[in-house]
Write a protein that binds this ligand. Structure first.
Ligand code: PEP
Ligand code: MN
Length: 262
């Protein structure tokens, strides 16, 4: 059986003017792209903090079909405007192979969501674009299944894969998911791929985002993906886990302080 060759050295991914693993990378923005003015306000604030990548979902994989499903094409157009106006690197989720064509010139870093980790056709089609891909862990996937999913992308000849630990489903119901930081420490020792942590979906609780973000960094994460909004209570989706700009600033500051202690 073919497995990832661990002897090849770490995969090098450049994001803006940073190389992942040399400096912490920050992916931040709202759960969903909401409207142009809100997105402008968020982008302006994040850019001034030095956030590397602006994230925001245009296509939203919601548990209930009656919940807000994202602005879809209109959301992509908002991201296109913001990208040009603020010169930011854009990351957004692609849910369906049929959306690749419309999304490909807007999105710089493609996100594959937890629900689609096992969608191997999507992984291959997205991999072929040759752009960096954030592969979120399926919420019931073992580390081995997650790494195997990454190999579908690597096998297209694209080694620009960033693994994102976003919490798994356990018997615990106090929090939305259980953020598995074992996986982060394990993968940093046993995989060539960079790993980031999403403490927003990992906890589902706004007040837990900062401590778990910093715990993720100490576990060895190369960066953080955090749902952030100028007015978290008004966020269209995942408001209960969305933090404000000031809290993100604190997280970034502390991350830079502890980065070299690992
Ligand atoms: C997201 O990051 O917007 C998202 C939907 O996350 P996940 O796929 O981890 O649930
Ligand atoms: Mn979300």
């Amino acid at each position: 059986q073919k497995t990832m060759d661990l002897s090849l050295g770490k995969v090098k991914i450049e994001i803006g003017n940073k190389i992942i693993s040399e400096d912490p990378v920050f992916f931040a923005g709202p759960c969903s792209v909401e409207d142009l003015d809100t997105m402008r306000n968020i982008a302006r604030n994040l850019k001034s903090l030095g956030v590397d990548i602006l994230r925001g979902g245009a296509f939203k994989p919601r548990t209930s079909p009656y919940d807000f499903q994202g602005l879809k094409g209109e959301g992509l157009e908002i991201l296109r405007v913001i990208k040009k106006e603020f010169q930011m690197v854009i990351s957004t989720e692609i849910l369906d192979v049929r959306d690749i064509e419309k999304a490909k010139d807007v999105v710089d870093i493609i996100q594959i969501g937890s629900r689609n980790m096992y969608n191997y056709v999507l992984l291959e089609e997205v991999g072929k674009l040759g752009k960096p891909v954030i592969l979120k862990r399926g919420f019931s996937a073992t580390v081995n299944e997650w790494v195997s999913a990454a190999e579908y992308i690597l096998n297209t000849g694209n080694d620009q894969v960033i693994l994102c630990e976003r919490g798994i489903r356990t018997f615990e119901t106090t929090t939305r998911n259980t953020l598995d930081l074992n996986s982060v420490a394990y993968l940093k020792k046993n995989s060539r791929l960079p790993v980031i942590v999403d403490p927003s979906h990992g906890t589902g609780v706004r007040d837990l985002v900062k401590p778990m973000a910093l715990a993720g960094i100490m576990a060895g994460a190369d960066g953080l993906l955090i749902e952030t909004h100028v007015d978290p209570d008004k966020a269209c989706s995942d408001s209960q886990q969305t933090i404000d700009i000031h809290t993100l600033e604190e997280i970034m500051h502390h991350t830079n302080e502890i980065w070299r202690l690992r």
